[in-house]
Design a protein around this ligand. Structure first.
Ligand SMILES: NC(=O)c1ccc[n+]([C@@H]2O[C@H](COP(=O)([O-])OP(=O)(O)OC[C@H]3O[C@@H](n4cnc5c(N)ncnc54)[C@H](O)[C@@H]3O)[C@@H](O)[C@H]2O)c1
Length: 114
């Protein structure tokens, strides 16, 4: 998206002290905000400026999710529901989903781990 010239703002908690956004810093239209996707006030401010929102803040993988069920529920579901509530009819929310979200990779077997 940055390569296509779009403005991109990322909200990231940096809980894991990662530097995976470093490549994006070369783009003038890139902004990063340190924060928590579960905090409604900053999310409301950011959401008001966006044409498109892609909720990627998540605790990923069943072993990680099992370590903190509340954090998993509030991050992976509640925060995304809040974002959808904050979005106006003119905005779009795109939610990328792997089989972690819709199944366990076996036909007819839903994923029950959080
Ligand atoms: N990686 C893939 O190929 C892929 C494909 C499709 C969908 N997804 C989905 O995209 C989402 C992210 O996956 P990923 O592989 O990028 O995971 P990831 O662990 O690399 O990234 C998740 C990021 O969310 C941040 N984070 C966690 N809790 C937060 C919070 N409360 N507030 C702000 N930031 C927070 C973490 O610091 C981390 O940088 C997941 O929902 C996953 O199911 C991933």
């Amino acid at each position: 998206m940055l390569g296509l010239g779009h403005e991109v703002t990322v909200l990231e908690s940096f809980y894991f002290h990662q530097n995976s956004l470093l490549d994006c810093c070369q783009y003038e239209k890139f902004q990063v905000v340190r924060g928590d996707s579960r905090d409604e006030a900053p999310m409301k401010t950011l959401a008001a400026k966006a044409d498109l929102m892609i909720p990627l803040a998540a605790l990923v993988g069943v072993p990680s999710c099992n370590l903190d069920a509340i954090a998993t529920q509030t991050t992976n579901q509640d925060a995304i529901e809040m974002l959808c509530r904050l979005a106006s009819r003119d905005q779009r929310v795109i939610l990328p989903v792997t089989n972690s979200g819709c199944g366990i990779g076996e036909k007819g077997q839903p994923c029950t781990g959080r």
